[in-house]
Design a protein around this ligand. Structure first.
Ligand code: ZN
Length: 225
């Protein structure tokens, strides 16, 4: 069953924010902190929540910190733990915390059936088509045909560029075991990963993540901007 509007806790430190719009429309899920050292997306979502971001149509779910212990440690995953992004679809009875948590997120996706799932990441390498892998700044997808929303969002992002170093690119980088691809396969949604380059200041990366979230919510029809 989809969640009731409000705040739901997957752990005492893992809130899931659910907002329903007055008008019907698609479901969008925006999440960050699946890797604990990639903080710009976490802070971008926390700021947007503090500013009371709400959907105009449909439903918006915001999960600022998917892996709280890893975020507190500022590590991709906690020492001795597992990469949450590689544990999907997960297992509710597994001894490992990350596999149990992956199952909770997987069930959430199956219940909510989002049109759009966006996971905010960051990259230590600036994107260069000649360097594989390198990600910052890219909108990453893993399906054969690029979802048109990717090109529309990138055109808007690059249309607002203040600095050529911040140029965005689309990147097809399929990783069959990643959470996004497992969810896309199961739900049939558009699944995108946002990658900013860690070489920029923290403040600038947060602002870039905020901008891309707002543009994607506008393009999917959940929130006008
Ligand atoms: Zn990541």
């Amino acid at each position: 069953m989809p969640l009731a509007p409000g705040i739901h806790y997957f752990s005492p430190t893992l809130p899931v924010f659910v907002f329903d719009a007055p008008k019907p429309g698609p479901v969008a899920i925006i999440e960050a902190g699946i890797h604990g050292d990639e903080i710009a997306g976490v802070h971008a979502l926390q700021e947007l929540l503090e500013e009371e971001i709400r959907p105009d149509c449909g439903r918006l779910l915001v999960i600022p910190v998917m892996n709280p212990p890893a975020y507190r440690a500022r590590e991709r995953f906690v020492s001795g733990g597992l990469d949450l992004n590689r544990q999907f679809p997960g297992d509710a009875t597994a001894p490992e915390r990350e596999r149990r948590l992956a199952r909770r997120f997987m069930d959430l996706m199956l219940d909510e059936k989002p049109a759009l799932l966006v996971t905010l990441h960051e990259s230590k390498k600036k994107y260069d088509p000649a360097v594989v892998p390198s990600f910052g700044q890219t909108i990453v997808y893993g399906v054969d045909e690029r979802p048109p929303i990717v090109d529309r969002a990138i055109a808007r992002l690059n249309g607002n560029l203040m600095d050529e170093a911040e140029r965005w690119a689309p990147l097809c980088y399929p990783v069959a075991t990643s959470s996004t691809e497992v969810i896309v396969d199961a739900v049939g949604c558009i699944g995108l990963c946002i990658e900013t380059w860690m070489g920029f200041s923290e403040r600038r990366r947060i602002d870039m993540q905020r901008e891309v979230v707002k543009i994607l919510l506008d393009e999917i029809g959940v929130r006008r901007s």
